[in-house]
Design a protein around this ligand. Sequence first.
Ligand code: 8YV
Length: 322
Amino acid sequence: MKPLVIVTRKLPASVELRMKELFNVRLNGDDKVFTQKDLIAAVKEAHVLVTTVTDKISWDVLSKVAPDLKMIANYGVGVDHIDLVSARNKGITVTNTPGVLTEDTADMAMLLILGITRRMSEGEKMLRAGKWKIWSPTGMLGMRLRDKNLGIIGMGRIGQALALRAKTFGLNIHYHNRQKIDDGLEKNIGATYWTSLDQMITQMDIISLNCSSTPDTRHIMSRRRIGLMKKNAYLINTTRGDVVDEDALIWALEEEIIAGVGLDVYKNEPNINPRLLNFDNALLTPHMGSATDEARIAMGEKVIMNVKIFLDGHSPRDRVLA
Ligand code: 8YV
């Protein structure tokens, strides 16, 4: 009997087809999201579980795994929804899909930067509501990007891809990272490194969060740090909701402490805090960073490669270490 691969969500058709050719796979045809009960049933039966960001693989689930479960192959880069330490203690290999959604997620961050600073969604809503009366010299004014300061928090693959895009729009690139990136790369991007995140924040016109969500980065944009932002500055988040103190962000919008936000990710997805919906200066998208046909197929191909290599008895390249 071939090892059983259980996939928790519906994946692109070509990915599912290839999975059927290669593995003894159980797909999720109607895409009904697995409950905790479904996840527990799955880890009791599967040899490999293919997860997404919508599956909370907590200790509650991992404590129920049967000895057969050997691998969690995540479809996506972020693995903050998986209790990695417990998985390691259970001898489960965890993989993700880095590299194939970098460009699309960086595009999304750039889109939010352009959209919020030029009030695109606000203008479109006004037009659709029939409220656009006439062109006005002082109407719908936004902020020019050229010569403004963009501060990137987390200069990994996506941060760097965003920096290259932003540079062509004339933004000055600044960044804060656990480590300074190598000099050649820094020069190529034309980026300035700040060891002090607090100091960087005070000088930026736009701040973009591009770090992964870990216990260290949780609420990295805390209430105190949001309070350090310039009054005319914007905050962009395309990584995970919990890197920002969302309640503090709402407070900052209410008190007009910052100019606006562009968000693709939230604290409690898909349940958006209704207070966020009140602001015209909040451009909000539903976790769409990697939502292109190309990225979602490439993510599936990475999952297939990781699972195949693992089932063939080798160590997959995209292993995530706890
Ligand atoms: C994915 C993401 O769509 O890869 C990630 O970390 O945030 C998204 O782009 C999602 O995680 C799929 O599981």
